[in-house]
Design a binder for this molecule. Structure first.
Ligand code: 4NP
Length: 154
């Protein structure tokens, strides 16, 4: 079974959305997939996702409220087939941690956004709900394209 890890900074805003959205896409296709998310910082370890991410996901009938923030660990580079970073800063953080001969394929999620104006899913933490809605839309587009290109066709 393919395994996908979504990564942002705090693992409370963007990567929990990637986690929930990709699980829901796999369910739509009745396709078995292992999905998880983590942060490159430990700022929010043990916390549930940000209320605004929970709300935006809920508006799309996706429940992410039981997720818990954790930090990326070395074992993740051996366990996951794909590690998808939300922005270039977190991609750089992942490359700094990556062990030699890691089998994981590390990408920016928005490499797979068919409608991209940037390679980053911008950090919505200090903004309002519209930033979270914007994140949801770019993560959803990217996940659907990634799923069809990298998962379904294999
Ligand atoms: P995330 O958002 O990386 O999408 O989970 C953030 C959450 C918290 C902080 C920054 C970004 N923070 O600085 O506490």
């Amino acid at each position: 079974m393919k395994k996908i890890l979504f990564v942002c900074l705090g693992n409370i805003c963007r990567s929990p959305l990637g986690h929930g959205i990709m699980e829901s896409i796999a369910e739509e296709h009745n396709f078995p997939l292992i999905v998880d998310s983590a942060g490159t910082s430990a700022y929010h370890v043990g916390e549930a996702p940000d209320k605004r991410s929970i709300q935006v996901a809920f508006d799309h009938h996706i429940d992410i409220s039981s997720q818990k923030s954790r930090k990326v660990e070395i074992a993740d580079f051996h366990k996951f087939d794909f590690i998808l970073a939300m922005d270039r800063q977190n991609l750089a953080n992942l490359y700094d941690m990556e062990p030699k001969h890691s089998p994981a394929q590390i990408h920016l999620l928005r490499e797979f956004d068919p409608d991209k104006d940037s390679l980053d899913v911008p950090d919505p933490y200090y903004g309002g709900i519209n930033g979270f809605i914007n994140c949801y839309e770019m993560i959803d587009r990217s996940c659907r394209f990634f799923f069809s290109e990298k998962i379904l066709e294999k």
